[in-house]
Ligand binder design. Structure first.
Ligand SMILES: [Cu+2]
Length: 148
């Protein structure tokens, strides 16, 4: 009986930890800067990134997105591929690119909000940036995933 119960107790502890979801809030407007450039989360945490484009010119506002990369992929190298992916919101859809990304928030205009959710991976630094042409060097930051 003891041998049967032990794994159940272990599983309960793991799922309780994973349930500590966190919400990250980020915004940008026509000044072409992110409101935050650094976030910290814990490996295994469920993360919701809420991105608001607070540009007030509606359709005429600059469009922005958020692309989150895995450690080891540089923003500069990835941004080049984004330029060639205008038809998919400046986010490349080939297999290699997908493997280099944690995910992305879609390109949105002024007054819009979009979200992405992911589970924080291995500890490390995960770069994020806006892949709208010409934005990446001003609009970038990192999500630091810490060990549990
Ligand atoms: Cu942008």
């Amino acid at each position: 009986m003891r041998g049967f119960l032990a794994p159940i107790v272990f599983l309960a502890a793991v799922s309780a930890h994973a349930a500590e979801a966190v919400k990250l809030e980020l915004s940008a407007d026509d000044r072409m800067v992110f409101s935050k450039t650094k976030f910290e989360v814990v490996s295994g945490q469920k993360v919701t990134l809420v991105f608001k484009n607070t540009g007030t010119k509606g359709e005429k506002s600059m469009k922005h997105n958020v692309v989150v990369l895995k450690p080891g992929t540089t923003i500069v190298s990835f941004a080049v591929k984004c330029l060639a992916a205008a038809e998919t919101g400046y986010v490349p859809t080939d297999k290699e690119s997908k493997e280099q990304m944690v995910g992305h928030v879609k390109l949105i205009g002024g007054g819009q909000t979009a979200t992405m959710t992911f589970t924080a991976g291995e500890p490390g630094e995960y770069p994020f940036f806006c892949s709208s042409p010409g934005h990446f060097d001003k609009m970038q930051g990192k999500i630091i995933v810490k060990a549990k």
